[in-house]
Design a protein around this ligand. Structure first.
Ligand code: NOJ
Length: 512
């Protein structure tokens, strides 16, 4: 059965940073609604909203204190309904973010667990090791840096048990051996899906299940924001039972999509998450991880296609998100980084499957070097100020005007400062320039969704980094240092100027 997401262009909205409607300097749901005409003109099929549920914002919404309500910072349930109605009226679907691996430490379950040791079985509490229990239960480290365990003070004031948190201490991991955790997740899913939400991106979809006995990590990798495939903290076999359960709920909403955040590299392991009774889609991060290098890019594409094919699933493509350095900067920054980012966008949008664009990518935004004093990502504190974290890719979007906050907010004191030199990157500025990155993205998305040459699954490699889709589209990427001859055919779109009938370095082109 054909599904809407098979060839969809998803647009990821980081709600704090998209558009502020109430002047508090933080983006919100009415801001997203106000931006829908812009998103319509970009031609996207669906939005993925990062979490907007009630949260103390220790990890900007990935610490959920009430999974079935909207945080006042972003609006309320009525604001969400307004967004759903306005988006649906424009044919844009809305997917939200589900956080099943952990809750906030402010969640009533955790508050209760701290107050009453008999009520701790929704989380992973253990006694410490050593004569006085002062050594953590195992050697696991947090993805954000530091130990993955925090010791609590018991109600009688004595040092007590430890609880597990793979991320911040304000994000205690749930105990997925407890059926109550399943029941509550089902309630949450139905709450939003019944409201008209079109699906979920599932946070840490390779997490949740923990191995029996919580064995030590054999290699303690203290690098933040990274995990290997051989890591007891993630990708445990029983995670698939959880996905099968989630799928049974989704099957009551046949038009809704579940997209998992699956940081698993091995293709066989990755494909397991996409079996017919598990996730519909899994984020494949190989393109994000590939350097701008011909072999790495081709290898990333081949592996992502092979992994999806193993499960008979739809491939997914993404160049960036709110957790990684923006691609303009990753590819070297400046004019060259931007040229490469545009070329890679053309490659991504030529590939079969679902594509995810991260807000601001269509403007060619670079990562921002922020001063220490404004950093907010828990990674900064937890790494002992050795890792700056992810704030640099989360800076608010510039909309118009010549001075910060560039129409993002009426409040100059935005939650992260917007660089003063972004005037030429604003939406309004780029709308007047036919060669702008925004104009280029609009054209690319429009061609991708309207031309029959983008039809068919799979790709055939022709030569180097040139491939052909079954429908006839040819995509050429020049990741080398010298110009390539332009193949025969009609040029549909190029990521930069084509010089004397050649494809210059750092340029991609579509032909039919
Ligand atoms: C992955 C999310 O994308 C990231 O932003 C978050 O910090 C962690 N999961 C923890 O929820």
């Amino acid at each position: 059965m054909a599904t809407w997401w098979e060839h969809a262009v998803f647009y990821q909205v980081y709600p704090r940073s998209f558009r502020d409607s109430n002047g508090d300097g933080v983006g919100d749901l009415d801001g997203v609604t106000a931006g829908l005409d812009y998103l319509s003109s970009l031609g996207v099929d669906a939005l993925w909203l990062n979490p907007v549920m009630v949260s103390p914002m220790a990890d900007h919404g990935y610490d959920v204190a009430d999974p079935r309500d909207v945080d006042p910072l972003f609006g309320d349930l009525d604001a969400l309904d307004r967004l759903l109605d306005s988006a649906h009226a424009r044919g844009i679907r809305i997917t939200m973010d589900l956080v099943p691996n952990h809750t906030s430490s402010a969640h009533p379950w955790f508050v209760e667990a701290l107050a009453n040791p008999a009520r701790r079985d929704r989380y992973i509490f253990r006694d410490g090791r050593g004569p006085d229990g002062s050594v953590p239960p195992n050697n696991w480290v947090s993805i954000f840096g530091g130990p993955a365990w925090t010791r609590v003070t018991e109600p009688d004031g004595t040092p007590g048990q430890w609880y597990l948190h793979l991320f911040d201490a304000a994000q205690p991991d749930l105990n997925w051996d407890n059926p109550e955790v399943f029941d509550d997740l089902e309630k949450t899913l139905r709450f939003w899906l019944d409201r008209g939400v079109d699906g979920f991106r599932i946070d840490v979809a390779h997490g949740m299940a923990k191995p029996p006995g919580l064995p030590d990590m054999s290699v303690v990798d203290t690098a933040v924001l990274r995990n290997s495939d051989d890591d007891p903290r993630f990708d445990n076999e029983s995670v698939h039972d959880i996905h099968r359960f989630i799928r049974t709920v989704f099957d009551d909403y046949p038009d809704a999509v579940a997209v998992g955040e699956v940081w698993v590299r091995g293709n066989e392991q990755f494909a397991k998450y996409l079996r017919p009774d598990e996730l519909h889609l899994g984020f494949n991060f190989r393109l994000v991880q590939a350097d701008y290098d011909a072999d790495e890019i081709r290898d990333a594409i081949d592996n992502a296609l092979a992994a999806a094919a193993l499960a008979g699933a739809t491939p997914t493509w993404t160049l960036s998100n709110h957790d990684v350095e923006r691609e303009v900067t990753r590819y070297g920054g400046g004019a060259r980084g931007l040229a490469r980012a545009r070329a890679m966008a053309l490659v991504m949008l030529a590939l079969p499957g679902a594509v995810f664009i991260y807000n601001g990518e269509e403007l060619g935004l670079p990562n921002v070097e922020l001063p220490d004093a404004v950093l907010q990502d828990p990674v900064w504190e937890r790494s002992g100020h050795t890792e700056r974290g992810r704030d640099g890719c989360r800076v608010p979007m510039p909309w118009q005007g010549s001075e910060a906050p560039f129409g993002f907010s009426t409040n100059p004191d935005t939650w992260l400062p917007i660089p003063a030199n972004w005037a030429t990157l604003t939406v309004a500025h780029q709308e007047h320039d036919p060669d702008s990155t925004l104009a280029f993205y609009r054209r690319a998305v429009q061609l991708r969704s309207s031309r029959s040459e983008f039809g068919g699954n799979g790709i055939d490699w022709l030569d180097g980094l040139t491939f052909r889709r079954p429908g006839g589209l040819v995509c050429v990427l020049n990741a080398g240092a010298t110009a390539l001859p332009l193949p025969a055919g009609e040029v549909l779109l190029a990521s930069g100027p084509l010089v004397d009938g050649t494809v210059p370095p750092d340029t991609a082109v579509w032909l039919v």
